[in-house]
Design a protein around this ligand. Structure first.
Ligand code: CUA
Length: 329
C-alpha cells in the first residue's frame, strides 16, 4: 500500500501547498495594489457571482477527488484478498505473539515471504494495542474480545520495524518487533527449520480435548450444529438475525455461545471463556475454517475435509472459489 498511500499524501501536500502559496501571493499583491495613497478614496466593490461560484465549485471538485481517491485506497487496505496467507497475532502487555497457519510460533517477530499477500487476524488478551508497520503504511488497533484484520503484500526483502501504536501501559514504548521479509526460497528454508503442527491440527486436538466433538459431530447433526462447511456462510440465529459465520462469529460462539445461538438448537453449550486461551481460540477457529473451506488451509487438510469436500473437489479441482462474505472488520 505504501506507494498508493504516499501518492495520495503527496497529492494532498501539493494541493494544500499550492493553495497556501496562492493565498499569500494574492495577499501580498493586494496589500501593495490597494495600499493607502494620499488623495485617493477607497472604492466600494460589489460582489461577483462568477467569482463566488468558481471558488465554491472548484474546491468542491478537488475535495471530491480527495474523497474518491481516499475511499479507493481505504477499501483496498480494508479488503484482504481471499487467498492471502493467514497469520494469527495475539497482543499482550507487552509483546506480540504470532502463530502461522503452518504452526510456527514467534514472539516480537514475524517472518513473511516476499511477493505474497499476508492477512493478519489479530486479537488482544488484555488491553487495546495497535499493530503498526510504518514502512508498509498500515496500522490497525488490536482489541480484546474480538478479531481485527489487516493485510499487506511485501515487495522488498528486509527487516522492518513493528510498533505498538496505542498506549497500553508502562512498557508500551518497548512493545516493538521486526517484520522479516524473505525471498520465497529463504522463507521456505526458515519454515522447514522448525517442526510444528499446522494451526488447524492443533485446533483439531483442542476440539477433541475440550469435548466439542461430542456435540459438534462431523458425521451427523448432533446436539450442536455440524460445523462442516459453516465458515463463510450465513447462519440463521435463534433471535431471527442472519449473520455470516466469519472469524468473529466463531470466536463469539466459543466464548459466549448464548449470544449467537443457531436456530433450532438448545442453549446447552457452556461458555469456554477461561477454559481456552487466545491461542487455543485461534487454533479452534483455524480448525473450523479448515473443515469448512473447499481449499485445504495451507495444506493442512484433515480427514473430515476429505470426507465432506471430496465430491466438490473432484468436480472443481483446487480452484473452487472461497465463500464470499468471509471478511472480518
Ligand atoms: Cu501495546 Cu502499546
Amino acid at each position: 500500500m505504501a506507494g498508493q498511500v504516499d501518492a495520495l499524501y503527496i497529492f494532498l501536500l501539493l494541493v494544500t501547498g499550492s493553495m497556501a502559496v496562492l493565498v499569500f501571493a494574492v495577499l501580498i499583491f493586494f496589500a501593495a495594489r490597494f495600499r493607502q495613497r494620499p488623495g485617493v478614496r477607497a472604492e466600494q466593490i460589489e460582489g461577483s457571482n462568477v467569482l463566488e461560484i468558481a471558488w465554491s465549485v472548484i474546491p468542491f471538485g478537488v475535495f471530491m477527488v480527495i474523497f474518491g481517491w481516499g475511499a479507493f485506497v481505504f477499501f483496498q487496505e480494508r479488503t484482504p484478498p481471499a487467498d492471502a496467507t493467514e497469520v494469527y497475532v495475539v497482543a499482550k502487555q507487552w509483546m506480540w505473539k504470532v502463530e502461522h497457519a503452518e504452526g510456527q510460533r514467534e514472539i516480537n517477530e514475524l517472518h513473511v515471504p516476499m511477493g505474497r499477500d499476508v492477512k493478519l487476524i489479530m486479537t488482544s488478551q488484555d488491553v487495546i494495542h495497535s499493530f503498526y508497520i510504518p514502512a508498509f503504511r498500515i496500522k490497525q488497533d488490536v482489541l480484546p474480545g474480538r478479531y481485527t484484520v489487516e493485510w499487506f503484500h511485501a515487495t522488498k526483502p528486509g527487516v522492518y520495524h513493528l510498533f505498538c501504536a496505542e498506549y497500553c501501559g508502562t512498557q508500551h514504548s518497548g512493545m516493538v518487533g521486526n517484520i522479516v521479509v524473505q525471498a520465497p526460497a529463504e522463507y521456505e528454508a526458515w519454515m522447514k527449520g522448525t517442526s510444528t503442527n499446522p494451526l488447524s491440527e492443533s485446533g483439531e486436538k483442542v476440539f477433541a480435548e475440550m469435548g466439542c466433538s461430542t456435540c459438534h459431530r462431523s458425521d451427523t447433526q448432533g446436539r450442536g450444529p455440524n460445523l462442516q462447511g459453516v465458515f463463510g456462510h450465513p447462519v440463521q440465529l435463534e433471535d431471527g438475525r442472519t449473520v455470516t459465520a466469519d472469524e468473529n462469529y466463531l470466536r463469539t460462539s466459543i466464548l459466549d455461545p448464548g449470544s449467537m445461538r443457531i436456530k433450532g438448537f438448545q442453549p446447552i453449550m457452556p461458555t469456554f471463556q477461561g477454559l481456552v486461551n487466545e491461542e487455543q481460540v485461534n487454533q479452534l477457529v483455524a480448525y473450523i475454517k479448515a473443515i469448512s473451506l473447499s481449499q485445504p488451509v495451507n495444506g493442512a487438510q484433515t480427514s473430515a475435509d476429505r470426507a465432506v469436500m471430496g465430491d466438490a473437489m473432484e468436480n472443481q479441482g483446487q480452484t473452487a472459489p472461497l465463500p464470499s462474505g468471509s471478511k472480518v472488520q
